[in-house]
Design a binder for this molecule. Structure first.
Ligand SMILES: [Cu+2]
Length: 181
């Protein structure tokens, strides 16, 4: 098996774990606070946890219509678009290139796989490259942990994301965010 296939496998597994986690959370919330399922597994609707759509729809906006294509639904402050990012294995982010629509609000849901502890910083590319202290960041995402951060892309970009744990950025742990619209 090639290294690339290994990575694809890990990413698929991580997404599965995230999906199971989100599904369990939605089910728990529906049992406690609602008479019915807060959103269908395959379709639309709003989950009580704030995620848009079902397991195959808006929850994972890594699939489905992307910015600049027909059918795309931009995130708003009230209903951010959810983008899942897998940190690891090693010094990698998957995906490492993201496109957003100008003005939209995105919630990044970041899951670490592998034993390294990662960070997730997002913002203007220059600030992210320089590890500027006031740039939004999630700290200390340990193995199989998932943490999230919501960011409004109000400017023209370029934007970027990165991990600034010791040596990780230098090892290539970074990604690009381009803006359309
Ligand atoms: Cu890292």
């Amino acid at each position: 098996m090639t290294r690339e296939k290994h990575i694809v496998g890990w990413v698929a597994m991580a997404f599965a774990v995230v999906a199971l986690t989100v599904g369990a959370a939605a089910f728990g919330a529906s049992v406690v606070g609602h008479a019915g399922w807060p959103g269908s597994m395959m379709g639309g609707g709003y989950g009580s946890d704030g995620y848009r759509g079902g397991m195959m729809g808006g929850v994972n906006s890594n699939v489905g219509p992307q910015p600049g294509t027909p059918g795309f639904i931009a995130g708003t402050a009230a209903a951010p678009r959810v983008i899942h990012i897998v940190a690891g294995p090693g010094y990698t982010f998957s995906p490492s290139a993201i496109t957003v629509e100008r003005g939209e609000t995105v919630t990044f849901v970041v899951t670490t796989i592998g034993p390294l502890v990662h960070e997730f910083m997002v913002g203007p590319a220059g600030a992210v490259a320089a590890d500027q202290h006031d740039t939004p960041e999630i700290a200390d995402i340990g193995m199989m942990q998932t943490k999230s951060l919501t960011y409004a892309f109000d400017g023209t970009g370029p934007y970027a994301f990165a991990c600034h744990a010791d040596g990780h950025y230098e090892a290539g742990m970074r990604g690009t965010i381009s803006v359309v619209g």
